[in-house]
Write a protein that binds this ligand. Structure first.
Ligand SMILES: *Cc1c(COP(=O)(O)O)cnc(C)c1O
Length: 408
């Protein structure tokens, strides 16, 4: 019998193909989809041992399943985390990470520029359960420092932010948290595990919506929470086990197989995004390009230090406010209008009227979300086709206001 190799000793791309694999008695090449709710026991004694935790086998898919575990073990290897727990959606992961760590009487500090539903949990939901929250400008370290109270338990942030791709100094924010024993959770969706490793920068917990780049092909919702064994055991495991936002084995199988191609996809999408960002900056009709990999990004030096690439997203502002942005989006042929991101298909969003519609004009401006802002998620198409698509769409800004655009 061949000795199995230790996937923690190989490079990331190899881990993502082999890590976490559990082979059944049939010796299948591709990981099996264990579409089962539960498991049968050889004896009543074995059932008892499973429930006591002295026999490590599976019990019930609300808290463990072989396919889900393969996904958790594989992504933990990629992230450099001791433990991972998968959830039904990215929001289930954020919700469990927050509710699992916090109790009535605690206080949480988060950056203002958060994914809409994350901000709802921090700003609206947690206070209903007696958890106070303060939102700060994530780029201003003095605000993090000043927001700390004796009962502050958690810092929560995302970087780069949605949709304006601001980059926050994770190590510096962790250093402020450490002084007061505060735990730091980072929503790492926009950077992806390929481009940024918050645990290595000192964070205690990382959350992902696997719906984005990890699936990467627009199929399944999912989420995952990663951290040390102790962190997951103390804060997350019981919350998930008892409240039930589990990832389905089918979705776990899809994202497990997607991990195999994650580096190839994200590297290609990042290279394309860098090329497109530079091309956009030269095109007429554009008033601003925001891309963390460009020298004109306000936190370029920090992004270079903290990230391994500029990300797969670009924000840009066109002339003519909302009307201009709508005209450009409507004139695109290859790039599709959608609120999603991280897909193999390039997607464009007008944040002020969709994902960030519920904010007041003043709140939008505070977050840098102007009427002409568009967010582009770069897919796997040839970047030159995408640049041509954007160039022809921007040309429509020169047309009279009542010109009719026919989509193909
Ligand atoms: C999409 C997203 C989420 C939520 O994930 P779902 O899978 O849609 O629940 C949370 N945070 C960020 C940054 C996201 O982009």
């Amino acid at each position: 019998m061949k000795k199995p190799f230790d996937p923690s000793r190989v490079r990331p791309a190899t881990r993502l193909v082999h890590g976490g694999t559990i082979r059944s008695e049939f010796g299948e090449t591709s990981e099996a989809l264990f579409l089962t709710q539960g498991h049968v026991y050889e004896s009543a004694e074995q059932a008892e041992a499973r429930f006591k935790g002295t026999d490590p086998g599976f019990i019930y898919a609300r808290f463990s399943n072989p396919t889900v575990q393969m996904f958790e073990d594989r992504i933990a290897l990629l992230e450099g985390a001791e433990a991972a727990k998968a959830t039904a959606t990215g929001m289930a992961a954020v919700n469990a990470a927050m509710f699992g760590q916090l109790s009535a009487g605690d206080h949480v500090v988060a950056c203002k520029a958060l994914f809409g539903s994350c901000r709802y949990i921090i700003e609206t939901l947690l206070p209903r359960f007696g958890v106070q929250s303060t939102l700060v400008d994530g780029a201003d370290l003095a605000q993090w420092e000043a927001a700390v109270r004796p009962n502050t338990k958690v810092f929560f942030l995302e970087s780069p932010t949605n949709p304006t791709l601001e980059v926050y100094d994770i190590a510096a924010i962790v250093a402020i948290a450490r002084k007061s024993g505060i735990k730091v959770t980072v929503d790492n969706v926009f950077a992806t595990p390929m481009m940024q490793s918050p645990l290595a920068l000192g964070a205690d917990c990382v959350v992902y919506s696997t719906t984005k780049h990890i699936d990467g092909q627009g199929r399944c919702l999912g989420g995952v929470i990663l951290g040390s064994k102790q962190f997951i055991q103390d804060n997350v495991y019981q919350y998930l086990r008892q409240t039930g936002p589990a990832m389905s084995p089918f979705n776990a199988w899809v994202v497990l197989k997607s991990l195999e191609t994650l580096p190839l996809r994200v590297e290609r999408q990042t290279a394309s995004a860098a090329k497109i960002a530079d091309a956009l900056a030269e095109l007429p009709g554009i008033t601003k390009v925001i891309y963390p990999g460009r020298k004109d990004h306000p936190q370029y030096e920090l992004a270079k230090r903290q990230m391994r690439g500029g990300s797969t997203l670009i924000a840009f502002e066109v002339e003519g406010g909302k009307a201009g942005a709508f005209r450009v989006a409507n004139a695109l042929n290859i790039i599709k209008i959608s609120n999603n991101l991280g897909d193999s298909k390039s997607l464009i969003t007008h944040p002020p009227t969709t994902t960030h519609d519920r904010f007041t004009p003043a709140e939008k401006l505070e977050m840098g979300i102007t009427d002409g802002l568009l967010r582009l998620s770069v897919g796997l198409e040839d970047p030159d086709d995408l640049i041509e698509d954007l160039a022809q769409a921007l040309k429509t800004l020169e047309w009279p206001a009542d010109a009719k655009i026919v989509r193909i």
